[in-house]
Design a protein around this ligand. Structure first.
Ligand code: B3K
Ligand code: ZN
Length: 846
């Protein structure tokens, strides 16, 4: 497979005015009849006519009604076109049942469904499968199945057929079709301009039917929010969501017909945890928001993916901040950005707008999504709320119905506000996480007080293919605190545009700086600070993010020292104890503070300091610190747990979830000293959140075998809940047993290589068991490689995605590196390896 380069972009020689599709559905031999009206693109002289096609068998083809004999090769179809607009017709045959890649048209539990982003449509029929070719689609589905859905508004329907028309021109990646024995949960929504929209969430008949209410409610909240916050209303008569069990990612924003992994749409208190409810709310909103940011305004090419994803993630973050707690959401977002920092620090680092790819599906990454969202957030903080509102208004006015680029996006900000920093575009083209170093100086004055100087400098380390980086504009939100915790000056955003900058303040006393408040830029802050100062900020910083971050640093530094042989000191346990017993902050915030950094975080911090982390020492350090915290809090834990216990009827809202999170954190620490409370909590649990919290507390403390067995038996008929059991077994296995446990689970009859959720439950958990995956024996690497190869034969996209578990292998000692390198080599040497996995394993190995 050849690499595609951004620099090689050329406009499409032919545009499409209209697409008409007929599907004659049959599991092993579906016929697809297409009628496509092509017209020469006036923007180019090129008249080459080539349609993408990956798998469809051409039965018949005609140009303007006359039989044509195109050349069909592996990657598509070519013919000599007339020099004018013409009608292209084709009939092809495809085999949905044999489609285990879950891209294109495939079958999941008897249901036909599609996934076309990024390049699945070419697996359905021949077409210019690129996002800058947009057309209105009319679809006729012929099948005996009771429910037949596609994009847009419903048209004629009768026994054995249904027609759909989508008036909004769209690229092929937004096409969708679903057919099956499905039942709807219906509702209606009246838009701000007074149009009634029929909403439905479709599931298989049975228990899933009763698990759609939360998704519908979230959808309506999101629709209202987008009208209020962005003045964007829905634009079709219907909005359908379908829950599908076998799905490669979370969900897909197909116009008017979103397809969801059932794990991010179905929920009931007994079968989903608070965290899952929150994810459902955010993903439903995210896919809905794509209707404008992605669908109405789309991407010119896949290099511009962050244009829709970064912006839509930012919009769903704003939504969650509004409907939940802004402070807590921001900390969660910062936690998600740690994954991006890890990506940036390793062999897979790439710019938010990449410059080349082999398999575009490999670029749906934390960098494109999460860092892409941070860039939108920074732009907003630089131009201000009004500037942002004006820019977005101009963006939709100017580009509705178009496929555009990052240059178009930045131009809108320049035209609407005139204030975009000159080099902001570098954030899109340069990979790597900038390091911002802070240095300060205090010059006392004789009259009292003094002058405080803050110097900031930035540097971005080299990343693959990018040895040197230029400075980028970095907004550093800053507060200066007095010894009593009060703000000495009004909080300011310091914009560091050059390699270094300096700011001075006249102050009554030497301040403690609170830098990068609200995580104002996706950078790593480097500052010589002692534990006392961090403990001070953890206790006093009025900015919740900075406060949490101070605790995080305190814990990370301590864990790094402990991994090197030091004993736990008392500063952190006492600070956490103080926080646990302080009723003022939100319980959700306190729960986040009580969670220690992950072993992976500690390994990353050691690596940043130039050391090769020892996974066993990191594991032992974290276990020892957990125990030290438990002991320091021993007398307050039962009280905290009792105070946080929710007895009111279950609601998945921020308030109750926060209390349950803190309850669970207390239970987890308590279980290290005494298993009885967690055993009782497991028996008394009235919802899955409590049940999983209790079971996790037991397993993490080395107990819980009987409860785990009980859990498996009770939930054996519930795929999504059973996934949790698979995951917990591996996540909490002792390091030397993790690989064997994963292997044994993957050989159980309930394990299904065709179901990505189950694969992730087992092998995502293996990667999440840091000391287990990186066990010195190499068993973690070998087991992962074995199963990635098995999966690759069926589902290359899923295998390629899971291979990122290897991305940190260069951090470790030579012996571990040799074992991980050998596992990667074995993957690369495999016969019939997919281009997807080859690209990933190759980049990681290099
Ligand atoms: N746009 C889809 C992701 C498609 C992934 C293709 N490999 C979901 C989302 O970001 O909303
Ligand atoms: Zn998205």
């Amino acid at each position: 497979a050849q690499a595609v380069h951004l620099a090689d972009y050329a406009p499409p020689p032919w545009l499409v005015d209209e697409v008409h599709l007929v599907f004659r559905l049959s599991p092993q031999a579906t016929r697809v009849l297409s009628r496509i009206r092509f017209r020469p693109n006036p923007a180019t002289e090129d008249r080459t006519f080539r349609l993408d096609g990956d798998g469809p068998r051409l039965v018949r083809c005609a140009v303007d009604g006359a039989e044509a004999a195109p050349e069909v090769r592996e990657a598509g179809l070519t013919l000599t076109p007339p020099d004018r607009p013409f009608l292209f017709e084709a009939e092809v045959e495809i085999d949905p049942e044999a489609n285990t890649a879950l891209s294109g048209l495939y079958m999941s539990n008897g249901m036909f469904c599609t996934q076309c982003e990024a390049q699945g449509f070419r697996r359905i029929t021949f077409y210019p499968d690129r996002p800058d070719v947009m057309a209105p689609f009319t679809v006729r589905i012929e099948s005996d199945l009771p429910v037949l859905l596609s994009n847009g508004n419903p048209g004629a329907a009768g026994k054995g057929f249904a027609e759909w028309h989508d008036p909004h021109p769209k690229p092929a990646y937004l096409f969708a079709l679903v057919a099956g024995d499905l039942v709807p949960q219906r509702d209606t929504f009246v838009t701000s301009d007074g149009r009634a929209v029929d909403l439905a969430v479709w599931t298989r008949p049975g228990p899933d039917e009763g698990r759609c209410a939360f998704a519908i409610k979230s959808l309506k909240t999101a629709m209202r929010w987008d009208e209020a916050a962005y003045d964007l209303a829905y634009d079709l008569d219907v909005f359908n969501i379908v829950a599908v069990d076998d799905f490669n990612m979370g969900a897909m924003e197909n116009k008017g017909l979103n397809v969801f992994n059932s794990s991010v749409v179905l929920a009931s208190p007994a079968t989903a945890t608070d965290d899952q409810f929150a994810v459902i709310e955010a993903v439903v909103a995210h896919e809905y928001f794509h209707n404008w940011t992605g669908n109405r305004v789309t991407c010119r090419d896949w290099f511009q993916l962050c244009l829709k994803e970064g912006l839509t993630v930012f919009r769903d973050q704003q939504f969650s901040e509004d409907v939940r707690s802004a402070a807590v959401e921001r900390i969660r977002q910062a936690l998600a950005m740690r994954g991006q920092f890890r990506e940036d620090a390793g062999p897979l680092a790439h710019p938010v707008r990449p410059e080349s790819y082999v398999a575009v599906d490999n670029f749906y990454t934390a960098t494109v999504y999460e860092k892409g969202a941070e860039l939108v957030r920074m732009l907003k903080s630089i131009v201000g709320d009004e500037g942002y509102r004006d820019a977005l208004r101009l963006y939709f006015a100017r580009h509705d119905g178009q496929a555009v680029t990052i240059e178009d996006w930045l131009q809108v900000f320049r035209d609407a506000t005139g204030t975009v920093p000159e080099h902001f575009g570098r954030w899109y083209s340069q990979a790597g996480t900038p390091r911002v170093t802070a240095e300060e100086e205090w010059e006392p004055k004789e009259s009292g007080g003094g002058t405080y100087t803050l110097r900031l400098a930035q540097e971005t380390p080299p990343t693959p293919g990018q040895p040197c980086k230029a400075p980028m504009p970095i907004p550093v939100r800053t507060g200066l605190l007095g010894a009593d915790g009060s703000e000495l000056v009004e909080e300011r955003v310091l914009l560091l545009e050059e390699a270094a900058g300096e700011w001075t303040f006249d102050l009554p006393e030497r301040p403690v700086p609170s830098l990068l408040r609200g995580f104002s830029a996706p950078v790593i802050l480097r500052r010589e600070a002692d534990d006392a100062e961090r403990a001070f900020l953890l206790a006093n910083d009025p900015d919740p993010f900075a406060r949490w971050e101070a605790g995080r640093r305190l814990a990370t530094r301590l864990l790094c020292r402990m991994a090197g042989g030091a004993r736990a000191d008392d500063a952190l346990p006492q600070a956490l104890r103080a926080l646990a017993t302080d009723d003022a902050p939100d319980p959700a915030f306190r729960a986040l503070c009580l969670a220690l950094p992950s072993e992976d975080d500690v390994a990353q911090a050691l690596h940043d300091d130039g050391a090769a982390p020892d996974p066993d020492a990191v594991h032992a350090a974290r276990e020892a610190l957990r125990l030290a915290v438990s002991k320091a809090m021993e007398d307050v834990l039962p009280g905290l747990r009792g105070a946080m216990r929710v007895t009111a009827p279950y609601r998945p809202d921020a308030e109750q979830s926060g209390r349950r999170a803190l309850w669970g954190a207390a239970l987890g620490y308590e279980a290290l000293l005494d298993a009885a409370p967690a055993q009782a909590a497991y028996c008394e649990a009235t919802n899955l959140t409590e049940e999983i919290a209790a079971l996790s507390a037991l397993l993490a403390a080395g107990h819980g075998a009987a409860e785990a067995e009980d859990f498996r038996e009770r939930w054996s008929d519930e795929r999504l809940v059973l996934d949790r059991w698979f995951s917990l077994q591996v996540r909490f296995a002792a390091p030397e047993k993790a690989a064997g446990t994963a292997e044994a689970l993957a050989r159980r009859p309930e394990f299904d290589l065709r179901n990505p959720n189950r694969f992730r439950a087992v092998f995502g958990a293996l990667a999440g068991n840091h000391a287990g995956f990186h066990n010195a024996s190499g068993a973690g690497y070998d087991t992962m490689a074995d199963w990635l190869l098995k999966l690759d034969a069926l589902n290359p996209q899923a295998a390629a995605r899971m291979s990122t578990t290897f991305e940190t292998w260069r951090r470790f000692d030579p012996d571990r590196q040799a074992r991980a390198g050998a596992a990667l080599d074995r993957i690369l040497a495999a016969k019939d390896l997919s281009p997807d996995l080859r690209e990933m394993a190759g980049r990681i190995r290099d």
